[in-house]
Every structure is written in C-alpha cells, then in structure tokens.
Design a protein around this ligand. Structure first.
Ligand SMILES: Cc1cc2nc3c(=O)[nH]c(=O)nc-3n(C[C@H](O)[C@H](O)[C@H](O)COP(=O)(O)OP(=O)(O)OC[C@H]3O[C@@H](n4cnc5c(N)ncnc54)[C@H](O)[C@@H]3O)c2cc1C
Length: 475
C-alpha cells in the first residue's frame, strides 16, 4: 500500500466498490480498506453448509443490481459477470396448491390473475412504459428535481396509500393481493403504513422490466467483477483491515465511508462537528434478518410446479397473513407465521450445488437484535406450501441477527436495510438533508445503504458519495 492517496474508501461492499470505481475512473488514486478477509459485504457467497454448496451470505436476488444505472455502464461481463434471469421473477404459493406468479412477461401474469387481469395491467402499465425514468428518479439521491415530475407525482400519489388499503381496493382476488403484499414486505414496514404501496408498485414493475435475476456463481461473482474492474483501472483493495480510527488511514484528501452513520461517528469522532456526532449516534436501525442456508438432496417439492420457474419465492400466504407477520415484527414480536423470502438459485445455476443437489436461501424479518430462533417457524412455512421439504434437507446453517452482525459490521443488530425505513427515512436517507452524503467535515463522506437511494445491491449510494467528493474535496 502506498503512503498517500487522493481517496480512501472504508468497506468493500457494493457501495464501497462503486465509490472507488467512480474515483478511479475520474483519475484519482484510491484504496479500499475492508475489515473482513473477503470482499463484498452484503454481496458475498461461501460454502457455509457442505462442500460444493454455494450460499449467498446476504443478498441473493438482484433486480436492483441488474437495473443499476451505474453498474450497467461498467464492462463487468469482461470480468466474469453473467446475469441469470428466470422466466418468472417471483412465485407466491398459496393454500390448496395454488400460486400467483409474476412472470417476466406482464401479459402472461395478468391473464393468469383472471378477474384481476385488467386491474393488474392498469397498476403496472405506465410504470413499465416509463421504466427508465422511474429508475432514474428512484436511483438518484431523491432530493434532485425529477426529470418527469408528472410521472413521479402520479407514482407518489398512488404509492402514498398504505399497501393493505391499496391492495384491497385495487384487486379482487386473493392471488393478486398476496402478490402485491409480497413485494411490499421488502419495505420492512407494516403494510398499514403510508407510502408502503410505493414498494409494491416499483418492485412489482421491476418484475416485468429488468426481471429478478442474479449473478451466475452467486452474489460474490458481482463483487469479484467489480473488484477486478477496479483493479484494472488502478484502484487498490486491502482486506483484513478494520478501520477503527482515522489515524489508521494512509494520507488522503477524502475519506468515503460505506458504513453506517454510527460507525462513521465512532471512527471519525474527533474530526466531526458535535451536531454530526449527535445525529450519527441517534441514527435509528431497523428490523433484522434471521437467515438459513439449506443444502438439499433435491429441488423443493412445491405443491404448485409453477413455483419452480422463479428463483425468488415469497412464502407467506395471504395479504392478511403477510400483514400480520410484518406487524408483529414491527412491534417487537418474532412473527408466528413469518413472511419468508426464499431463493432457489440451483434450479437455474448448476455452479451452486453438486450435481443433482440443490440449495435454498431463506430469511424472515425479526425485531432488531432478536435472539429468538426462527428455524422451526421458517421451515414450517416452507413445508406448508411444499410438503416433504423437511425430508430434502441434507444440512443447514442458521444466521441469527448477532451472527449476521459478526459477519459484517454494517449489519447492526442484524439490520437488513442499513437503517430504519420509518417516517421520512423511507425516502430521505440518512435524514432530511439536501446532500445526503456530507457529514459536516468537508473531507469525510458517507455512501452506504444508510444513504439515498437506500438498501440493496446497486452501488448508487457509493457512486453518488464519490461524485460529491469529486465535486468538492477532490476538485
Ligand atoms: C440477509 C440479507 C439479505 C439481503 N438480500 C438482498 C437481496 O436479495 N438483494 C439486494 O439487492 N439486497 C439485499 N440485501 C441488502 C444488501 O445486502 C445491502 O443493502 C448492500 O449490501 C449494502 O451495500 P453497502 O456497500 O452499503 O454495505 P455492505 O454490503 O454491508 O458492505 C459494507 C462493508 O464494509 C465493511 N466494514 C464495515 N465496517 C468497517 C470498518 N470499520 N473498517 C473496514 N471495513 C468495514 C464490512 O465488512 C462490509 O464488507 C440483503 C441484506 C441482508 C442482510
């Protein structure tokens, strides 16, 4: 490592790597310091159960990565990245062997929803038609004036409704309501909260535009491609380097933290104004994940065979059941019948398991830092829609919120979303600020899932933070 750089990036997750690439592309010298021995943060994969079974440690499905305006402009395929996009984006099994499927094809999805075909089309048609503008707006820092204000106003007005109300008033069938509710539950908010419909609208539309795909070989392949490209343009990465104090950093003109505000407040405390330290300390974290990696002897035996056409399965039953699960979680109670997010990559990617064998990635939302073991409840929910599932389990590895935090210091209390989504933080992250990436010290920036546009593997927060540094400290 050299003694001096234009910029130091703390953390080699998707946002840290995106920040470093943005800086290196602009001709600045940059080094990324990563606490773990492996790079990727929330985009890592490893054999956590049995040899030959490759599991994603956090993120598993990447519509945001595939649709990221920043990642899309990088030559990642030249560095080994290959997206796999199943014909169905999301499957949502229901009772009695029924299932709602969000096929990549809008028409097929609508037709299968029968009575709700026209309502489904009406809900998503315009968003799909204007998908580039929707992406442009949602992937920016959201404090910028939108390029198409009328479209965004319409999205804002429709999305302002609580999801339960929207789903009941828009759709007549249990299938369409449940499908919508499954998308909304990614918000980590109770479905009765204002603006939760926005998640159902945007994620629902993404199912029919970019599709819900993932990198061949696991989330690690995306990370490895980002790192290889960064190194090809002169950036450096150093692993096994936990930054605890600014004095741990080599000489630099700008430091970009792809960590949470609490970590920035701790590490940079001597160089931050008091008001910054205060908001960083008070920054609120949100719900956690309880996760299980499964090694399976065969594919999951779904009662409805169409469920095998999607890599992503929303396992939670009806709108009412999903709303109850997320409400319990939000009131500090481990859900009795949890909404389970499940990915079955090995049906589409034969690099993920030994021949004939399979993997499953499953997690549910629990209160922050919960110690409750959700293993039986998660397995019970899967078994409900796939009788015989338990008999297919060869091995499993569970991850409590505390274990998730031990594997990645950004996951405070096991927090999935880089901070709470409540109140204005659903859109304005880390808080109500014109430039979300500034910290109060003109040489220190923050660009992580805690800043706009928020959680997910898209790299946009890191990219925006780096651009802010280039426009100011590194001008
Ligand atoms: C269980 C789970 C499932 C998820 N599923 C999905 C999904 O399917 N799709 C999706 O798009 N998103 C998903 N996410 C969210 C996604 O993983 C994150 O939003 C994303 O990884 C955030 O990127 P980041 O770069 O901001 O932070 P991270 O990816 O968390 O990376 C932060 C990095 O900083 C390092 N670090 C922290 N502190 C220090 C320090 N002091 N010194 C040096 N290094 C440090 C960490 O070790 C880590 O490598 C999931 C998250 C979880 C927890």
């Amino acid at each position: 490592m050299a003694d001096s750089y234009d910029a130091v990036v703390i953390g080699a997750g998707p946002n840290g790597l995106a920040a470093a690439i943005t800086l290196a592309q602009a001709g600045r010298s940059v080094v990324v310091l990563e606490a773990n021995e492996t790079i990727g943060g929330g985009a890592r994969s490893a054999e956590t159960t049995e040899p030959g079974f490759v599991h994603d440690l956090a993120s598993a499905i990447h519509p945001l990565g595939m649709g990221s305006p920043f990642f899309s402009g990088l030559p990642l395929h030249e560095h080994g990245l290959e997206w796999i996009v199943p014909v169905a984006s999301v499957a949502h099994p229901l009772n009695n062997g029924e299932a709602a499927i969000a096929w990549h094809d809008l028409h097929q999805t609508a037709v299968e929803l029968g009575e709700d075909a026209a309502a489904y089309r009406k809900t998503f048609d315009r968003l799909i038609e204007n998908w580039d503008d929707v992406t442009d707006f949602t992937m920016t820092r959201l404090t910028r004036f939108p390029r198409h204000p009328m479209l965004m106003l319409r999205l804002g007005l429709a999305g302002a409704a609580p999801a339960t109300r929207f789903a009941k008033s828009r759709f007549a069938t249990e299938a369409a309501r449940a499908l919508f509710a499954g998308h909304v539950a990614h918000s980590l908010l109770p479905l009765s909260y204002p603006f939760t419909s926005t998640f159902g609208l945007v994620l629902g539309a993404s199912a029919h535009t970019v599709g819900w795909g993932f990198p061949k070989g696991g989330a690690q392949s995306l990370t490895n491609a980002l790192a290889a490209y960064l190194e090809s343009i002169g950036g450096e990465i150093r692993t096994g380097t936990r930054v605890q104090n600014l004095s741990d950093l080599p000489d630099h003109r700008a430091a970009i933290f792809s960590t949470t505000p609490a970590q920035v407040g701790e590490i940079a405390r001597e160089r931050l104004p008091q008001h910054s330290r205060l908001w960083m300390r008070r920054f609120k974290y949100g719900p956690a994940a309880f996760k299980i990696d499964f090694a399976l002897s065969e594919p999951i035996p779904w009662a409805n065979p169409n469920v095998a056409h999607a890599a992503t399965v929303h396992v939670g039953g009806t709108l009412k059941e999903i709303a109850t699960s997320e409400k319990q979680m939000s009131s500090g109670v481990p859900p009795t019948k949890p909404f389970v997010l499940l990915a079955q990559h090995s049906l589409f990617d034969d690099t993920r398991a030994p021949q004939g064998k399979h993997t499953a990635w499953a997690y549910c939302h629990v209160p922050n830092a919960s110690r409750f073991d959700m293993t039986q409840r998660i397995q019970h929910q899967i078994e409900r829609f796939a009788p015989g599932f338990r008999d297919t389990i060869i091995a499993k590895r569970t991850w409590s919120p505390a274990e998730l935090e031990a594997s990645n210091a950004n996951l405070i209390g096991g927090n999935v979303g880089g901070g709470s989504n409540r109140g204005s933080r659903v859109f304005l992250r880390p808080g109500i600020k014109i430039i979300p990436y500034r910290t109060g010290n003109p040489t220190i920036f923050i660009g992580s899932a805690s800043t706009s546009p928020g959680a997910g593997v898209h790299g946009m927060s890191g990219h925006h933070a780096a651009r802010e540094a280039l426009a100011t400290a590194l001008r």
